[in-house]
Design a protein around this ligand. Sequence first.
Ligand code: GTP
Ligand code: MG
Length: 372
Amino acid sequence: PEDIRVYEFAEACGKSPAEVITVLFSLGMMVTKNDFLKQDELEILGEEFGIEVTVKDALEDVNYIEDYHGEDVDESSFVTRPPVVTIMGHVDHGKTSLLDKIRSSKIAAGEAGGITQHISSYTVEKNGQKITFVDTPGHAAFSAMRARGANVTDIIIIVVAADDGVKAQTEEVISHAKASGCPIIVAMNKMDKESANPDMVKAQMAERELTPIDWGGNTEFIGVSAKTGEGIDELLENILIQAELLELTADPSAKAKATVIESSLEKGRGPVANIIVQNGTLRIGDNIVCDTTFGRVKAITDDNGRPVKELGLSETGTVLGLNEVPTTGSIMVVMDSDKEARDIATTRAEHARAKELSKSTKVSLEEMSGLI
Ligand code: GTP
Ligand code: MG
């Protein structure tokens, strides 16, 4: 829908653009010949002209690339890949601190106002097995970022401060988590506190259909403390058990496909994309296309900011070399040639621009009559 212009439609059904415009005008819809037709307008025109209208995605020919890594695959080259685990929860319940403890770093203390404002991701190792974590902000203003986190993830950890219980963003996170269909682990944090009340958390979560295993449900609840480190081993072991059940596999020899979780324009570095690799291996020199942007991978840094030559399955890092800042949530795909990558990105960019233009020149009949 919205991918065919008035004159293209007219051409396709052997009418003149004027005929198409007249039909829509008589029904109160103002369009010009360059405007894109909406689904309902297409239906009306179909009825009016007595033709059957089926809508094909104009970008079908370029958008297939995001799936093509899954086609013609040789299953024998698949290997187990690390899980991507997203940490979500209400503001200040200790998501970043928990991740800090897991990585033995000190990020939460260095954040502006102690509030996470970006999605960040880290790969850690436990018993020789990798786990990639995605940290999300709990603040109410960042729900789009949380939704994005939910898209790339295999397992969701809902952090609930055991002294505070279920709060507004906990509720929001529960619905994201359920909608994602991912296994959920509840980490009851701040267990070191005198006022910690894990039974309260369990009861509140059970009311929301996340019932603890020891209460006869099937959700794992683990008491942890980002301060003392209590329960963290158990949490990590649990993640690995869940991951094993999911049988996550991918092909390290495939051309890489990754998801952009954050992006920015950095002084002296240009467009920077923070990605998680979902399939294949991304290497320096690869030709990439990412939504409407393209380029060649110039440099890769790992989650510690160290330069690396490649990123493997489920690994996370930043990529330099795109011509523009890609939209977060978009898919980065490696193409065979520089030209291929450029052509796809350009087609998409032109299409997006035309659509934007068509929006801004469209005036409704009501607006028109207001002018007369
Ligand atoms: P947002 O990113 O703003 O959503 O917060 P967050 O969930 O990442 O919380 P953060 O890790 O920034 O921690 C919030 C506060 O709780 C900080 O002052 C931490 O020191 C404190 N805190 C986190 N975990 C624990 C814990 O296990 N025990 C105690 N006592 N304090 C904790
Ligand atoms: Mg945080």
